[in-house]
Design a protein around this ligand. Structure first.
Ligand SMILES: [Zn+2]
Length: 126
């Protein structure tokens, strides 16, 4: 089946759940954030997907603000010692920086498929 035979699925419905951006049924991950080569259900070739460091960038951008705010509040507001603050913030870093990587990567892969994003090409190359 070709892409035209599937209804377009919004990236926010398939990506964060790790579902195939074309059929919405199969999964795209084989590990925590490594991608399968193709969808088990519709056979979509997932080698087009290259999120690169996009997921890490977005997660760091989103996670750094609340974690830094909490650290500053613990040290400056509460007066907590540095070592206790470090012990308490390691789980926060794991929660805010590592757990969102998979849904963000799924969303970026689904967005690449949905918007047909690919390498730029020159018109005069045949
Ligand atoms: Zn599929």
């Amino acid at each position: 089946m070709t892409d035209d035979q599937y209804p377009p699925l919004p990236p926010m419905t398939t990506g964060p759940a790790g579902k195939c951006p074309r059929c919405g049924q199969g999964t795209i991950f084989k590990g925590f954030i490594s991608l399968k080569e193709r969808c088990d259900v519709c056979g979509l070739d997932l080698t087009f997907a290259d999120a690169a460091d996009g997921p890490a960038f977005f997660v760091m951008l989103i996670a750094s603000v609340p974690v830094l705010g909490i650290v500053l509040w613990l040290i400056l507001g509460v007066g907590m010692s540095y070592w206790l603050t470090a012990i308490l913030t390691v789980p926060l870093i794991i929660i805010f920086a590592i757990l969102p990587l998979r849904p963000v990567k799924g969303w970026l892969v689904a967005s690449q498929y949905f918007h047909k994003a690919e390498q730029g090409k020159l018109d005069n190359q045949d």
